[in-house]
Write a protein that binds this ligand. Structure first.
Ligand code: DLL
Length: 428
C-alpha cells in the first residue's frame, strides 16, 4: 500500500477523520460565501459543528450545472492567484467542465494516483507506460504525477501513434500499462500484429469509461496482464478517486478524502449498500474546488467490509453506466455496458463493437455492429440480446477491422443516426 495508515485505518478512526474534515469543509464553504456556502446557510447550517456524517444526506447537492453556471472560476474557494493548474473534460454534450487545483490539491491528486498505481501492483521502480491523453483531460497528467510520487519511472506516451507505443513497450519493458480499456485492446492487437511480446507487462490500470467483466476477460486475453479498473472524474479530482486491487472485486474508494454516498437518481434519496444508485462525492480536503455532495450521474453500488488485500476502504462496483447514457429502445431501458456484457459474453465476437441508435423514423431502432470470431452469429446474438435484456436489436456482423478502433480519447460506444448516410458502412 502507498499509505497503509490511511488505507487500512480502522472504521472508527476513519469516521472521526471524515467528520473532522467535513466540519472544516463546511466552515470553508461558508466563509467563501459562494453558491455552496449560501445553500448551506439556507439549509440552516451556521458552522461545521452543526453537521454530522449521518446527517450528510440532509445537506444540499452540487451538480455539473453549478459548474457550468459559474464557469470558469465562479466556484473557487481560494483566490484565483492560488490556482496552480486547471483541468477538465470536454464532455460529450458540448460544454467543457473546468476544474482548478492549488499546489496542495496537485499534491493530494498525486498521492491518490500513487495509491491507485500501488493498489494495482505497481511499486517504486516500476516502469509505467502511460497512454492516457495528456492535456486538459485529467488521465495523462494525473497518472503521470502519481507515478512520480510513487517513485516509479513514467513513460509519458499519451494516446495515439500506436506503432510508436508498440516500440516503446517492447524497448522499455514497462510492467504497468495505463490507458482506457478500449485502447488497451487496440494496443493488444497492435502488439500481436507486430509480433512483439510484451512479456514484462504485469498489470494494467484502465478507466475513464465504463467497461465490463467481459471486456476485462478480452483484455487479459490479448495482453499478459491483470487488468484493474480505476475510476475518477475531473470535478472530484480526476483519476485516483477509486481503484481495484489485485483481488479485482470492487474499487476501493479513497474515502478519507472522497466521502461517497449512493442515491436514487430520480429522487436523490439515499439507497442501501449493495443497491445500484448514483454516486455522490464530497471532497472535504480539496482547496480550490471543494465540492459538497457532488452528483456524478454514474451508477454503481457500494460494499463495506474488509478486503483480503487489507484495505478497509469502502468498495464501489464497476460503473454500470451514466444515468443519462441509458438507452430507451421501444420501451426497454438498457445501458450500453449491458449490451457489451451480452455481446462479449457470447464468445462469438471480437471485443470491438458500436451501437447505433437509428432515429430517422419515430420507431427508434438499435443497431449493433460487431465483428465475428468466425462465421455469422447474427441470429444467435439477436436471440441472446432478447433473452438477457428483453432488447429488440438488429445485429450487423461486419468484416474484421471495420468497427472503429479507439486511438485517442474515450470510446464512443453509442452514435445516433439522425439522417443521411449510415455512420458505419454496412448498416442498412
Ligand atoms: O475520466 C478521469 C479518469 C481518467 C478516470 C483516467 C480514470 C482514468 P472525466 O473526463 O471528468 O474524468 O470523466 C469522468 O468518466 O463521471 C464516468 O462517467 C466516467 N468514468 C471515469 N472512470 C470510469 C470507470 C476522467 N472506471 C467520467 N468506469 C465519470 C466507468 C468511468 N466510467
Amino acid at each position: 500500500m502507498f499509505d497503509p495508515k490511511a488505507e487500512a485505518m480502522s472504521l472508527d478512526e476513519r469516521a472521526a477523520l471524515q467528520r473532522h474534515r467535513l466540519w472544516g469543509l463546511v466552515d470553508r464553504l461558508l466563509a467563501a460565501d459562494g453558491v455552496q456556502g449560501r445553500r448551506l446557510k439556507d439549509a440552516g447550517v451556521g458552522g461545521g459543528s452543526d453537521v454530522t456524517l449521518a446527517g450528510l444526506p440532509n445537506l444540499p447537492f452540487t451538480t455539473k450545472q453549478d459548474l457550468w453556471d459559474h464557469y470558469p472560476f465562479g466556484m473557487l474557494a481560494v483566490p484565483r492567484d492560488q490556482v496552480a493548474a486547471v483541468h477538465g473534460s470536454s464532455g460529450t454534450r458540448g460544454r467543457p467542465t473546468l476544474v482548478a487545483y492549488t499546489k496542495a490539491d496537485l499534491d493530494l491528486w498525486a498521492a491518490m494516483c500513487a495509491r491507485s498505481l500501488s493498489c494495482a501492483g505497481a511499486s517504486p521502480g516500476s516502469i509505467v507506460h502511460n497512454a492516457y491523453g495528456y492535456g486538459l483531460f485529467t488521465g495523462g497528467i494525473g497518472i503521470h504525477q502519481g507515478a512520480v510520487a510513487l517513485g516509479a519511472t513514467v513513460v509519458p506516451m499519451s494516446g495515439g501513434m500506436t506503432d510508436r507505443q508498440v516500440r516503446m513497450l517492447a524497448d522499455l519493458r514497462a510492467d504497468v500499462l495505463t490507458c482506457t480499456p478500449a485502447y488497451a485492446l487496440r494496443l493488444g492487437e497492435a502488439l500481436a500484429d507486430a509480433g512483439a511480446e510484451p512479456t514484462a507487462l504485469k498489470s494494467g490500470l484502465f478507466g475513464a469509461e465504463p467497461w465490463t467483466e467481459e471486456l476485462r476477460a478480452a483484455i487479459e486475453n490479448v495482453l499478459p496482464i491483470k487488468a484493474m479498473d480505476i475510476y475518477g472524474l475531473s470535478e472530484v479530482i480526476g483519476p485516483g478517486v477509486a481503484t481495484e486491487c489485485l483481488e479485482q472485486d470492487g474499487l476501493h474508494v479513497n474515502e478519507d478524502h472522497f466521502i461517497v454516498e449512493t442515491v436514487d437518481p430520480s429522487t436523490g434519496e439515499p439507497v442501501k449498500d449493495g443497491t445500484p444508485g448514483e454516486l455522490v462525492f464530497t471532497a472535504p480536503t480539496k482547496q480550490a474546488l471543494p465540492l459538497l455532495r457532488y452528483r456524478t450521474g454514474d451508477i454503481a453500488s457500494l460494499t463495506r467490509g474488509e478486503c483480503p488485500c487489507g484495505r478497509t476502504l469502502v468498495r464501489m462496483s464497476k460503473v454500470l453506466g451514466r444515468a443519462d447514457d441509458m438507452l430507451v429502445v421501444r420501451g426497454v431501458n438498457v445501458y450500453p455496458s449491458e449490451v457489451e456484457r451480452v455481446l462479449l459474453g457470447s464468445g462469438l465476437v471480437r471485443p470491438h463493437y458500436q451501437l447505433v441508435v437509428d432515429r430517422r423514423s419515430p420507431a427508434t431502432r438499435l443497431l449493433v455492429a460487431c465483428e465475428a470470431l468466425s462465421g455469422n452469429p447474427r441470429n444467435e446474438l439477436v436471440h441472446a440480446l432478447h433473452e438477457s435484456l428483453g432488447l429488440t436489436a438488429e445485429v450487423f456482423v461486419l468484416p474484421g477491422g471495420t468497427v472503429p478502433r479507439v486511438e485517442v480519447g474515450k470510446a464512443v460506444r453509442v452514435v445516433t443516426w439522425e439522417d443521411g448516410a449510415a455512420p458505419l458502412p454496412g448498416l442498412a
